[in-house]
Design a protein around this ligand. Structure first.
Ligand SMILES: Cc1ncc(C[n+]2csc(CCOP(=O)(O)OP(=O)(O)O)c2C)c(N)n1
Ligand SMILES: [Mg+2]
Length: 621
């Protein structure tokens, strides 16, 4: 057997550089680059291998490990999971900074390879700088914290372990059902240790991303369920998007007159003006989708995790006769809510069902309801898009103005947390695939800007716009500097409403006094945060990073700022002041939260009683 003598880190990079994926006959390189921040736990091992060259993996210097990892998530998501970035860190704090992002990747089923440095495998210098020692177990390191948020976890304590570790890593990273964060912890001594790696391990490999074929029996069962339904409704989830099922969903819905609601991950698969598109569904859904969901006698859960926002905490499907058909490539999701499971790829499942139902000449009995609800919803969105705010600019209007300008450009809109994703799931209009990029599995504040950088690296030819709240911007925006450094243009639109307003809404909605969410100064009179507003000049902040800053307080200023930003070559930040309570409200939806049953405030107890009453209407499991 021919071997080549390399360090663990050198072999790892050569291996990664040689991985390819193939789906539907199209082959592409899988690993696009390495994002990261060096420290003593990686700079002389993995860092040496990166610096030495001899590979085509570009290194991007992160500014915060979490931000770097968010960029990797944004990249893989915008690449439909067919290409990834690797994220590398030192040991201890650098590694732990990535744990949240690993959770974000796993919840959303986005492949990201995490390479945290680890303390010495040999233990000679223990405790090395930044090592968390645990007296009860010397095998436990900070990197064990990745285990609950990774789909595959390994520690390469000897150079030869790299081979099984990486083959397992690739198995998970290319799996359509069970992908997410893959963590390969790299002890800092092992990174530099040499081994005679077989050339066979380092050869070019193509991983075939296979589509799971529905069994004939499953198609028959599902088709019979649909044929028996008068009012079926599809929930279009992220699985439908990653499967690339747009054509099949369109054919299915149009042929059988079946409407569909969109989850955050599934939104934008078909254009907003498709005659069966009801827009978002669930807590942050449209009136159209929620009304029809309540009447539906069959819910076809297509590639969705059936999260509480989608199902209104299992309260939405109120027709007692309503059954659920779970079409999902992940059996875990297909079985949820006691559905009839159809474990299959979304595209193949829809194609097979369309064939089966065509023979039977099936059509739903929704009648004019779909068109009627769609028209009512369009009128509502038109109203929101034209809303006049006496204070200057409402959030809904800002989104409307932005959408009017970005829609014809098929720009990629990126967001993740706060009140913006709720508004966008309801009212954002898309017409091109991949134009709606929302991280809502974790709804991790601080995803927006770094995720946009990743999305732009995946699709450099498209305009990428991050839409972010003041809270999320403040939490993590420093990959803006990476965008400046890389000369990568993203437009960041900050909708500044002076606080954590969606949480403030949730709090007051449960009868609790305003507490700890608005951005106000400490008030000596109350001892609480009830004083003058804490205001931030985000445009100035952006300029300090080398981005171009714009300010807007009115509709005209906002429109002008967006148009100007589109003409710029580098990163821009538009600091838009919006009225604090000008986000959209709920449309015939509900959400279960854990409100206090006992309180000195009667409004809180009333809210808790109301929750109990609504829970009684929800499905139990
Ligand atoms: C990392 C993280 N911490 C906390 C939360 C809980 N949380 C969700 S939205 C939110 C406030 C967001 O504020 P902002 O970005 O200004 O958006 P707004 O609600 O004001 O539109 C908080 C604290 C979260 N989602 N992510
Ligand atoms: Mg805010």
């Amino acid at each position: 057997m021919k071997t080549v003598r390399m360090t663990t880190a050198q072999a790892l990079l050569r291996f990664l550089d040689n991985q390819y994926v193939e789906r539907d006959g199209v082959e592409r390189k899988f690993v696009a680059g390495v994002l990261g921040i060096f420290g003593h736990g990686c700079v002389v091992g993995l860092g040496e291998a990166l610096a030495a060259g001899g590979h085509s993996l570009r290194f991007y210097q992160g500014k915060n490990e979490q931000g770097a990892a968010h960029a990797a998530i944004g990249f893989a998501k915008q690449s439909d999971r067919l290409a990834i970035m690797t994220v590398a860190s030192s040991i201890g704090p650098g590694a732990l900074n990535m744990v949240t992002a690993a959770g974000t990747a796993t919840v959303n089923r986005i492949p990201v390879l995490f390479l945290p440095g680890d303390s010495f495998a040999c233990r000679q210098p223990d405790p090395v700088l930044q090592q968390v020692e645990q007296p009860y177990d010397c095998n436990v390191t900070a990197n064990d914290a990745f285990k609950p948020v990774s789909r595959y976890w390994d520690r390469v304590s000897r150079p030869e372990q790299l081979m099984t570790a990486m083959i397992n890593a690739m198995r998970v990273l290319t799996d359509p059902a069970d992908t997410g964060a893959v963590t390969i912890a790299l002890p800092q001594d092992v990174q530099g240790e040499a081994y005679d790696y077989p050339e066979e391990f380092l050869r070019r490999r193509v991983h075939h991303v296979e589509r799971r074929i529905p069994s004939e029996a499953a198609v028959e069962r599902a088709a019979a369920m649909i044929a028996a339904a008068r009012k079926p409704l599809v929930i279009c989830g992220g699985g439908a998007r990653y499967s690339g099922a747009a054509k099949e969903l369109k054919a299915f819905c149009e042929k059988f007159r079946v409407p569909f609601g969109e989850t955050q991950a599934g939104k934008g698969l078909l254009p907003w003006d498709n005659p069966y598109n009801l827009s978002g569904i669930g807590l942050t859904g449209s009136q159209a989708a929620n009304r029809l969901a309540k009447e539906a006698d069959l819910v076809i859960a297509l590639g969705t995790r059936l999260g509480d926002f989608t199902t209104c905490s299992k309260w939405l499907f109120q027709n007692p006769a309503c059954r659920i058909l779970g079409i999902n490539v992940a059996s875990f999701d297909a079985y949820k809510m006691d559905a009839e499971p159809m474990v299959a790829d979304a595209k193949l499942a829809l194609a097979a069902l369309t064939k089966a139902l065509s023979k039977a000449g099936y059509a739903s009995s929704w009648g004019p309801a779909i068109e009627r609800e769609r028209a009512a919803w369009k009128a509502e969105v038109d109203r929101l898009y034209a809303e006049e705010d006496p204070a200057g600019l409402s959030q809904a209007r800002a989104l409307g103005e932005l959408n009017d300008i970005l829609l014809p450009k098929d720009a990629i809109a990126v967001s993740g947390s706060g009140s913006i994703p709720s508004d966008m799931q309801r009212v954002w209009r898309t017409r091109a695939s991949g134009a709606y990029h929302m991280e809502y599995g974790f709804s991790c504040m601080g995803y927006e800007i770094a995720g946009s950088l990743g999305a732009k690296l995946a699709e450099p030819g498209r305009e990428v716009v991050a839409i972010v709240g003041d809270g999320a911007y403040t939490m993590l925006h420093t990959e803006l500097l990476t965008a400046v450094q890389e000369g990568v243009k993203i437009i960041v639109v900050v909708l500044d409403n002076s606080g954590f307003q969606c949480i403030d809404n949730l709090q007051s909605g449960q009868g609790i006094v305003h507490f700890g969410n608005e951005w106000k100064r400490r008030d000596p009179a109350t001892g609480r945060l009830t004083g003058a507003p804490v205001s931030v000049d985000f445009a100035k902040n952006a300029e300090s990073w080398g981005a171009k800053g714009f300010r807007a307080r009115t509709v005209d200023e906002f429109r002008r700022a967006v148009r100007k930003a589109l003409k710029e070559d580098g990163p821009c930040v538009i600091d838009a002041k919006v009225s604090p309570k000008s986000m959209t409200k709920g449309y015939e939806s509900w959400w279960r939260v854990g409100t206090a049953e006992v309180s000195s405030n009667p409004a809180v107890e009333a809210a808790a009683r109301e929750i109990k009453a609504e829970v009684a209407k929800a499905r139990k499991y």
